[in-house]
Design a binder for this molecule. Structure first.
Ligand code: MG
Ligand code: ZN
Length: 434
Protein backbone atom coordinates (compact mmCIF):
# COMPACT_ATOMS: atom_id res chain seq x y z
CA UNK A 1 0.00 0.00 0.00
CA UNK A 2 1.27 3.44 -0.87
CA UNK A 3 1.84 5.80 2.04
CA UNK A 4 -0.83 8.52 2.32
CA UNK A 5 1.57 10.28 4.66
CA UNK A 6 4.26 10.38 1.97
CA UNK A 7 1.79 11.81 -0.57
CA UNK A 8 0.87 14.53 1.91
CA UNK A 9 4.53 15.43 2.39
CA UNK A 10 5.01 15.62 -1.37
CA UNK A 11 2.03 17.94 -1.80
CA UNK A 12 3.31 20.18 0.98
CA UNK A 13 6.73 20.32 -0.66
CA UNK A 14 5.20 21.10 -4.04
CA UNK A 15 3.04 23.88 -2.54
CA UNK A 16 6.13 25.37 -0.94
CA UNK A 17 8.15 25.30 -4.17
CA UNK A 18 5.34 26.90 -6.18
CA UNK A 19 4.90 30.04 -4.10
CA UNK A 20 1.85 31.83 -5.50
CA UNK A 21 1.36 29.13 -8.12
CA UNK A 22 -1.34 26.50 -8.57
CA UNK A 23 -0.67 22.99 -9.84
CA UNK A 24 -3.29 21.09 -11.85
CA UNK A 25 -2.66 17.35 -12.10
CA UNK A 26 -5.22 15.22 -14.00
CA UNK A 27 -5.04 11.45 -13.81
CA UNK A 28 -4.94 9.32 -16.97
CA UNK A 29 -8.11 8.73 -19.03
CA UNK A 30 -9.62 5.30 -19.55
CA UNK A 31 -8.81 4.04 -23.03
CA UNK A 32 -10.99 1.90 -25.28
CA UNK A 33 -9.43 -1.29 -26.61
CA UNK A 34 -12.30 -2.09 -28.94
CA UNK A 35 -16.05 -1.51 -28.86
CA UNK A 36 -17.18 -1.61 -25.19
CA UNK A 37 -13.97 -3.08 -23.87
CA UNK A 38 -11.24 -1.00 -22.21
CA UNK A 39 -7.53 -1.52 -21.61
CA UNK A 40 -6.83 -2.31 -17.96
CA UNK A 41 -6.88 1.07 -16.26
CA UNK A 42 -3.61 2.66 -15.18
CA UNK A 43 -3.60 6.04 -13.38
CA UNK A 44 -1.20 8.83 -14.25
CA UNK A 45 2.10 8.50 -12.39
CA UNK A 46 2.36 12.17 -11.32
CA UNK A 47 -1.22 12.19 -10.05
CA UNK A 48 -0.68 8.96 -8.14
CA UNK A 49 2.62 10.19 -6.71
CA UNK A 50 0.76 13.07 -5.07
CA UNK A 51 -2.47 11.31 -4.04
CA UNK A 52 -2.24 7.46 -4.02
CA UNK A 53 -5.75 7.70 -5.52
CA UNK A 54 -6.36 5.15 -8.26
CA UNK A 55 -9.81 5.94 -9.68
CA UNK A 56 -10.14 7.34 -13.21
CA UNK A 57 -11.79 10.73 -13.82
CA UNK A 58 -9.94 12.64 -11.13
CA UNK A 59 -7.91 15.84 -10.94
CA UNK A 60 -5.71 17.12 -8.12
CA UNK A 61 -5.27 20.85 -7.60
CA UNK A 62 -2.50 21.97 -5.27
CA UNK A 63 -2.57 25.60 -4.20
CA UNK A 64 0.66 27.20 -3.05
CA UNK A 65 1.26 30.43 -1.18
CA UNK A 66 0.38 31.62 2.31
CA UNK A 67 -2.40 29.10 2.93
CA UNK A 68 -1.52 26.00 0.92
CA UNK A 69 -4.22 23.43 0.28
CA UNK A 70 -5.04 20.45 -1.91
CA UNK A 71 -8.34 19.89 -3.67
CA UNK A 72 -9.37 16.59 -5.27
CA UNK A 73 -11.98 16.40 -8.01
CA UNK A 74 -13.31 12.86 -8.39
CA UNK A 75 -16.34 10.87 -9.47
CA UNK A 76 -19.47 11.34 -7.38
CA UNK A 77 -21.03 8.37 -5.60
CA UNK A 78 -23.56 6.64 -7.85
CA UNK A 79 -25.57 3.59 -6.90
CA UNK A 80 -26.33 2.91 -10.56
CA UNK A 81 -22.70 3.11 -11.74
CA UNK A 82 -21.39 1.21 -8.71
CA UNK A 83 -23.69 -1.72 -9.53
CA UNK A 84 -21.93 -2.00 -12.90
CA UNK A 85 -18.38 -0.85 -12.22
CA UNK A 86 -17.84 -1.32 -8.50
CA UNK A 87 -17.02 0.88 -5.55
CA UNK A 88 -16.06 4.50 -5.94
CA UNK A 89 -15.12 6.74 -3.03
CA UNK A 90 -17.03 9.87 -3.88
CA UNK A 91 -15.58 13.25 -2.87
CA UNK A 92 -16.32 13.17 0.86
CA UNK A 93 -14.93 9.70 1.58
CA UNK A 94 -11.96 10.31 -0.75
CA UNK A 95 -11.12 13.54 1.05
CA UNK A 96 -11.07 11.76 4.41
CA UNK A 97 -9.29 8.58 3.26
CA UNK A 98 -6.56 10.34 1.26
CA UNK A 99 -6.21 13.24 3.69
CA UNK A 100 -6.93 16.07 1.29
CA UNK A 101 -8.17 19.48 2.34
CA UNK A 102 -11.19 19.58 0.04
CA UNK A 103 -12.90 17.41 -2.53
CA UNK A 104 -15.54 18.11 -5.17
CA UNK A 105 -17.39 16.14 -7.81
CA UNK A 106 -15.53 16.00 -11.13
CA UNK A 107 -18.59 17.48 -12.87
CA UNK A 108 -17.90 20.81 -11.14
CA UNK A 109 -14.36 21.07 -12.54
CA UNK A 110 -15.07 23.68 -15.25
CA UNK A 111 -16.98 25.80 -12.78
CA UNK A 112 -14.48 25.59 -9.90
CA UNK A 113 -11.14 25.65 -11.68
CA UNK A 114 -11.27 29.29 -12.86
CA UNK A 115 -12.06 30.33 -9.25
CA UNK A 116 -9.01 28.45 -7.98
CA UNK A 117 -6.81 30.10 -10.63
CA UNK A 118 -8.13 33.65 -10.18
CA UNK A 119 -5.47 36.23 -9.22
CA UNK A 120 -2.71 33.59 -9.19
CA UNK A 121 0.50 34.31 -11.04
CA UNK A 122 1.44 30.87 -12.32
CA UNK A 123 -0.15 27.58 -13.30
CA UNK A 124 1.96 24.43 -13.07
CA UNK A 125 0.78 21.84 -15.57
CA UNK A 126 2.14 18.91 -17.62
CA UNK A 127 1.67 20.64 -20.96
CA UNK A 128 1.61 18.33 -23.96
CA UNK A 129 0.85 15.17 -22.00
CA UNK A 130 -2.72 15.10 -23.32
CA UNK A 131 -4.11 17.53 -25.96
CA UNK A 132 -7.59 17.30 -24.40
CA UNK A 133 -6.31 18.62 -21.05
CA UNK A 134 -4.21 21.31 -22.78
CA UNK A 135 -7.43 22.56 -24.41
CA UNK A 136 -9.26 22.48 -21.13
CA UNK A 137 -6.59 24.56 -19.42
CA UNK A 138 -6.85 27.11 -22.22
CA UNK A 139 -10.59 27.21 -21.62
CA UNK A 140 -10.19 27.96 -17.90
CA UNK A 141 -7.63 30.67 -18.59
CA UNK A 142 -9.92 32.25 -21.20
CA UNK A 143 -12.83 32.17 -18.77
CA UNK A 144 -10.70 34.22 -16.37
CA UNK A 145 -9.43 36.65 -19.04
CA UNK A 146 -13.07 37.33 -19.94
CA UNK A 147 -13.55 38.67 -16.41
CA UNK A 148 -10.68 41.18 -16.64
CA UNK A 149 -13.05 44.18 -16.42
CA UNK A 150 -14.45 42.93 -13.13
CA UNK A 151 -10.95 43.12 -11.69
CA UNK A 152 -10.09 39.39 -11.89
CA UNK A 153 -6.61 38.54 -13.15
CA UNK A 154 -5.68 35.38 -14.98
CA UNK A 155 -2.29 33.69 -14.40
CA UNK A 156 0.31 35.00 -16.83
CA UNK A 157 2.66 32.02 -16.76
CA UNK A 158 2.18 28.32 -17.46
CA UNK A 159 5.13 26.35 -16.10
CA UNK A 160 5.96 22.71 -16.80
CA UNK A 161 5.02 20.86 -13.61
CA UNK A 162 7.60 18.21 -14.45
CA UNK A 163 10.33 20.73 -13.64
CA UNK A 164 9.28 20.52 -9.97
CA UNK A 165 8.13 16.91 -9.72
CA UNK A 166 10.78 15.10 -11.78
CA UNK A 167 13.66 15.94 -9.43
CA UNK A 168 11.48 14.76 -6.51
CA UNK A 169 10.51 11.54 -8.27
CA UNK A 170 14.11 10.76 -9.19
CA UNK A 171 15.07 10.36 -5.50
CA UNK A 172 12.93 7.68 -3.85
CA UNK A 173 11.80 7.92 -0.23
CA UNK A 174 11.56 4.98 2.17
CA UNK A 175 7.90 4.34 1.36
CA UNK A 176 8.73 4.02 -2.32
CA UNK A 177 11.79 1.86 -1.72
CA UNK A 178 9.77 -0.55 0.40
CA UNK A 179 7.36 -1.03 -2.52
CA UNK A 180 10.18 -1.32 -5.06
CA UNK A 181 11.96 -3.99 -2.98
CA UNK A 182 8.75 -6.00 -2.85
CA UNK A 183 8.17 -5.58 -6.61
CA UNK A 184 11.75 -6.73 -7.21
CA UNK A 185 11.24 -9.78 -4.96
CA UNK A 186 8.13 -10.83 -6.91
CA UNK A 187 9.88 -10.41 -10.24
CA UNK A 188 12.99 -12.32 -9.18
CA UNK A 189 10.82 -15.23 -8.05
CA UNK A 190 9.15 -15.18 -11.49
CA UNK A 191 12.55 -15.35 -13.24
CA UNK A 192 13.62 -18.23 -11.02
CA UNK A 193 10.42 -20.06 -11.89
CA UNK A 194 10.96 -19.51 -15.62
CA UNK A 195 14.48 -20.97 -15.33
CA UNK A 196 13.14 -24.00 -13.52
CA UNK A 197 10.39 -24.68 -16.05
CA UNK A 198 12.16 -24.00 -19.35
CA UNK A 199 12.67 -27.05 -21.57
CA UNK A 200 13.28 -27.73 -25.25
CA UNK A 201 9.95 -27.92 -27.08
CA UNK A 202 8.15 -25.38 -24.88
CA UNK A 203 6.92 -22.14 -26.41
CA UNK A 204 7.95 -18.65 -25.41
CA UNK A 205 4.34 -17.84 -24.44
CA UNK A 206 4.30 -20.73 -21.96
CA UNK A 207 7.14 -19.07 -20.07
CA UNK A 208 5.36 -15.73 -20.40
CA UNK A 209 2.30 -17.31 -18.78
CA UNK A 210 4.41 -18.56 -15.87
CA UNK A 211 5.89 -15.09 -15.35
CA UNK A 212 2.45 -13.48 -15.31
CA UNK A 213 1.13 -16.17 -12.98
CA UNK A 214 3.92 -15.46 -10.52
CA UNK A 215 3.38 -11.68 -10.71
CA UNK A 216 -0.36 -11.85 -10.17
CA UNK A 217 -0.44 -14.53 -7.50
CA UNK A 218 1.92 -12.45 -5.35
CA UNK A 219 -0.33 -9.41 -5.57
CA UNK A 220 1.30 -7.42 -8.37
CA UNK A 221 -1.41 -5.68 -10.39
CA UNK A 222 0.20 -6.01 -13.82
CA UNK A 223 3.43 -6.50 -15.72
CA UNK A 224 5.28 -3.17 -15.71
CA UNK A 225 5.75 -3.52 -19.50
CA UNK A 226 5.13 -6.17 -22.16
CA UNK A 227 7.27 -9.18 -21.22
CA UNK A 228 9.96 -10.20 -23.69
CA UNK A 229 10.51 -13.95 -23.90
CA UNK A 230 12.93 -14.36 -26.77
CA UNK A 231 14.46 -17.69 -27.69
CA UNK A 232 17.46 -18.03 -30.00
CA UNK A 233 17.72 -15.35 -32.67
CA UNK A 234 14.57 -13.57 -31.39
CA UNK A 235 16.80 -12.19 -28.64
CA UNK A 236 18.49 -10.01 -31.28
CA UNK A 237 15.20 -8.10 -31.70
CA UNK A 238 15.44 -5.57 -28.87
CA UNK A 239 11.70 -5.04 -28.39
CA UNK A 240 10.54 -8.55 -29.32
CA UNK A 241 7.14 -9.16 -27.71
CA UNK A 242 5.48 -11.70 -30.03
CA UNK A 243 6.57 -14.60 -27.78
CA UNK A 244 5.26 -17.29 -30.17
CA UNK A 245 8.37 -19.38 -30.98
CA UNK A 246 9.50 -22.79 -29.76
CA UNK A 247 12.47 -23.17 -27.43
CA UNK A 248 15.13 -25.36 -29.07
CA UNK A 249 17.94 -27.26 -27.37
CA UNK A 250 21.26 -25.49 -27.87
CA UNK A 251 19.67 -22.03 -27.80
CA UNK A 252 19.55 -19.38 -25.14
CA UNK A 253 16.34 -17.73 -24.02
CA UNK A 254 16.31 -14.06 -23.02
CA UNK A 255 13.57 -12.95 -20.63
CA UNK A 256 13.03 -9.25 -19.93
CA UNK A 257 10.06 -9.03 -17.59
CA UNK A 258 9.11 -7.26 -14.38
CA UNK A 259 5.93 -6.67 -12.43
CA UNK A 260 4.27 -3.45 -11.36
CA UNK A 261 3.31 -3.42 -7.69
CA UNK A 262 1.21 -0.57 -6.25
CA UNK A 263 2.33 1.60 -9.15
CA UNK A 264 6.06 0.81 -8.97
CA UNK A 265 7.96 -1.01 -11.68
CA UNK A 266 10.65 -3.63 -11.59
CA UNK A 267 12.66 -4.42 -14.71
CA UNK A 268 14.78 -7.56 -14.91
CA UNK A 269 16.49 -9.41 -17.74
CA UNK A 270 18.05 -12.84 -17.53
CA UNK A 271 19.43 -14.98 -20.34
CA UNK A 272 19.92 -18.71 -19.86
CA UNK A 273 20.35 -21.93 -21.89
CA UNK A 274 17.18 -23.85 -22.76
CA UNK A 275 18.88 -27.10 -21.72
CA UNK A 276 20.29 -25.68 -18.48
CA UNK A 277 23.95 -25.94 -19.60
CA UNK A 278 26.04 -23.07 -21.00
CA UNK A 279 28.37 -24.09 -23.82
CA UNK A 280 30.82 -22.83 -26.43
CA UNK A 281 30.31 -19.44 -28.08
CA UNK A 282 27.11 -18.78 -26.10
CA UNK A 283 28.99 -19.18 -22.85
CA UNK A 284 31.84 -16.97 -24.12
CA UNK A 285 29.42 -14.15 -24.95
CA UNK A 286 27.47 -14.66 -21.73
CA UNK A 287 30.65 -14.42 -19.64
CA UNK A 288 31.46 -11.18 -21.45
CA UNK A 289 28.06 -9.55 -20.89
CA UNK A 290 28.03 -10.60 -17.24
CA UNK A 291 31.53 -9.22 -16.71
CA UNK A 292 30.40 -5.92 -18.26
CA UNK A 293 27.32 -5.85 -16.06
CA UNK A 294 29.29 -6.49 -12.85
CA UNK A 295 31.76 -3.76 -13.80
CA UNK A 296 28.90 -1.35 -14.53
CA UNK A 297 27.20 -2.12 -11.19
CA UNK A 298 30.50 -1.31 -9.43
CA UNK A 299 30.32 2.11 -11.07
CA UNK A 300 26.98 2.86 -9.38
CA UNK A 301 27.83 4.93 -6.32
CA UNK A 302 27.33 8.44 -4.97
CA UNK A 303 29.71 10.87 -6.60
CA UNK A 304 29.74 9.00 -9.89
CA UNK A 305 27.39 10.17 -12.61
CA UNK A 306 24.69 8.55 -14.70
CA UNK A 307 26.99 7.73 -17.60
CA UNK A 308 29.73 6.01 -15.55
CA UNK A 309 28.08 2.57 -15.52
CA UNK A 310 27.56 2.82 -19.30
CA UNK A 311 31.17 3.81 -19.91
CA UNK A 312 32.34 0.91 -17.72
CA UNK A 313 30.13 -1.58 -19.56
CA UNK A 314 31.20 -0.32 -22.99
CA UNK A 315 34.88 -0.69 -22.12
CA UNK A 316 34.50 -4.31 -21.03
CA UNK A 317 32.24 -5.21 -23.97
CA UNK A 318 34.48 -3.55 -26.55
CA UNK A 319 37.56 -5.35 -25.24
CA UNK A 320 35.68 -8.65 -25.30
CA UNK A 321 34.50 -8.06 -28.86
CA UNK A 322 38.12 -7.55 -29.87
CA UNK A 323 39.28 -10.66 -27.99
CA UNK A 324 36.58 -12.82 -29.57
CA UNK A 325 37.21 -11.53 -33.08
CA UNK A 326 33.89 -9.71 -33.47
CA UNK A 327 35.82 -6.47 -33.98
CA UNK A 328 39.29 -5.63 -35.24
CA UNK A 329 41.47 -2.79 -34.03
CA UNK A 330 42.37 -1.16 -30.71
CA UNK A 331 40.14 -0.67 -27.66
CA UNK A 332 40.22 3.14 -27.69
CA UNK A 333 39.59 3.18 -31.43
CA UNK A 334 36.49 0.96 -31.33
CA UNK A 335 35.06 2.96 -28.42
CA UNK A 336 35.78 6.32 -30.04
CA UNK A 337 34.40 5.30 -33.44
CA UNK A 338 31.39 3.58 -31.90
CA UNK A 339 32.23 0.37 -33.80
CA UNK A 340 31.05 -1.65 -30.77
CA UNK A 341 27.51 -0.32 -31.37
CA UNK A 342 27.07 -2.86 -34.13
CA UNK A 343 26.67 -5.46 -31.35
CA UNK A 344 25.67 -3.21 -28.42
CA UNK A 345 23.32 -0.52 -29.71
CA UNK A 346 21.44 0.58 -26.59
CA UNK A 347 22.41 2.37 -23.39
CA UNK A 348 23.20 0.62 -20.13
CA UNK A 349 20.30 1.85 -18.03
CA UNK A 350 17.49 4.22 -17.15
CA UNK A 351 15.82 5.59 -14.02
CA UNK A 352 13.24 3.24 -12.54
CA UNK A 353 10.19 4.05 -10.40
CA UNK A 354 6.51 4.63 -11.09
CA UNK A 355 7.37 4.46 -14.79
CA UNK A 356 9.67 1.79 -16.14
CA UNK A 357 11.61 4.55 -17.86
CA UNK A 358 11.08 6.82 -14.90
CA UNK A 359 10.84 10.58 -14.64
CA UNK A 360 14.05 12.48 -14.11
CA UNK A 361 16.72 14.27 -16.06
CA UNK A 362 19.78 12.30 -17.20
CA UNK A 363 21.98 15.29 -17.99
CA UNK A 364 24.12 15.17 -21.09
CA UNK A 365 27.72 14.70 -22.23
CA UNK A 366 29.97 16.77 -19.99
CA UNK A 367 27.21 17.34 -17.40
CA UNK A 368 25.68 13.94 -16.68
CA UNK A 369 23.34 13.70 -13.66
CA UNK A 370 25.24 12.92 -10.46
CA UNK A 371 24.22 9.70 -8.70
CA UNK A 372 22.75 10.32 -5.24
CA UNK A 373 21.45 8.00 -2.52
CA UNK A 374 17.79 7.14 -3.20
CA UNK A 375 18.08 7.03 -6.97
CA UNK A 376 17.17 3.73 -8.64
CA UNK A 377 18.48 2.82 -12.07
CA UNK A 378 18.74 -0.29 -14.18
CA UNK A 379 22.08 -1.73 -15.28
CA UNK A 380 21.53 -3.74 -18.45
CA UNK A 381 24.37 -4.29 -20.90
CA UNK A 382 23.88 -6.81 -23.68
CA UNK A 383 25.28 -8.15 -26.91
CA UNK A 384 23.31 -8.93 -30.08
CA UNK A 385 25.06 -10.58 -33.01
CA UNK A 386 23.41 -10.49 -36.40
CA UNK A 387 25.00 -12.41 -39.28
CA UNK A 388 27.60 -10.63 -41.40
CA UNK A 389 30.43 -11.61 -43.77
CA UNK A 390 33.00 -10.27 -41.32
CA UNK A 391 31.37 -11.82 -38.21
CA UNK A 392 32.56 -15.25 -36.99
CA UNK A 393 29.66 -17.58 -37.79
CA UNK A 394 29.76 -19.29 -34.40
CA UNK A 395 28.31 -16.11 -32.84
CA UNK A 396 25.52 -15.48 -35.33
CA UNK A 397 21.99 -15.02 -33.96
CA UNK A 398 23.06 -14.92 -30.33
CA UNK A 399 21.40 -12.23 -28.19
CA UNK A 400 22.18 -11.76 -24.50
CA UNK A 401 21.25 -9.15 -21.90
CA UNK A 402 21.57 -9.12 -18.11
CA UNK A 403 19.60 -6.45 -16.25
CA UNK A 404 19.30 -5.58 -12.57
CA UNK A 405 17.59 -2.78 -10.63
CA UNK A 406 20.13 -0.91 -8.53
CA UNK A 407 19.55 1.54 -5.68
CA UNK A 408 22.24 4.12 -5.01
CA UNK A 409 22.91 4.29 -1.25
CA UNK A 410 25.47 5.94 1.01
CA UNK A 411 27.68 2.84 0.98
CA UNK A 412 27.54 2.56 -2.80
CA UNK A 413 24.64 0.50 -4.04
CA UNK A 414 22.06 -2.17 -3.29
CA UNK A 415 21.08 -4.56 -6.09
CA UNK A 416 17.32 -4.91 -5.55
CA UNK A 417 17.05 -7.86 -7.94
CA UNK A 418 20.02 -9.89 -6.69
CA UNK A 419 17.80 -12.90 -5.94
CA UNK A 420 17.52 -13.77 -9.63
CA UNK A 421 20.54 -15.99 -10.43
CA UNK A 422 22.94 -14.67 -13.05
CA UNK A 423 26.30 -16.40 -12.66
CA UNK A 424 26.78 -19.47 -14.87
CA UNK A 425 27.22 -21.60 -11.76
CA UNK A 426 24.03 -20.33 -10.06
CA UNK A 427 21.88 -20.62 -13.18
CA UNK A 428 23.09 -24.13 -13.98
CA UNK A 429 22.59 -25.22 -10.36
CA UNK A 430 19.01 -23.88 -10.27
CA UNK A 431 18.18 -25.49 -13.61
CA UNK A 432 19.70 -28.83 -12.53
CA UNK A 433 17.39 -28.87 -9.52
CA UNK A 434 14.23 -28.76 -11.64
MG1 MG B 1 14.14 -4.35 -19.18
ZN1 ZN C 1 15.29 -1.71 -18.55
Amino acid sequence: MVSIEACKRRRARLAEMMGEGVAIVPTAPERARNRDSHYPYRFDSYFYYLTAFTEPEAVLVVIGGASPRSVLFCRAKSEEREIWDGFRYGPEAARAAFELDEACAIESLDEELPKLLADRERVYFNLGADPAWDARLSGWLNALRAQARSGVRAPTEVVDLRSLLDPMRRVKDEAELATMRRAAAISTSAHRRAMQLARPGMHEYELEAELLREFIRHGAQAPAYSPIVAAGSNACVLHYVANRSRLEAGELVLIDAGCELDGYASDITRTFPVTGRFEGPRQALYDLVLAAQLEAIEAVRPGNHFNDPHAAAVRVLAQGMLDLGLLQGQIDGVIESGAYQRFYMHRTGHWLGLDVHDAGDYGAEGKWAALEPGMVLTVEPGIYVRPGDDVPEAFWHIGIRVEDDVLVNAAGREVLTAAAPKSVREIEALMRSR
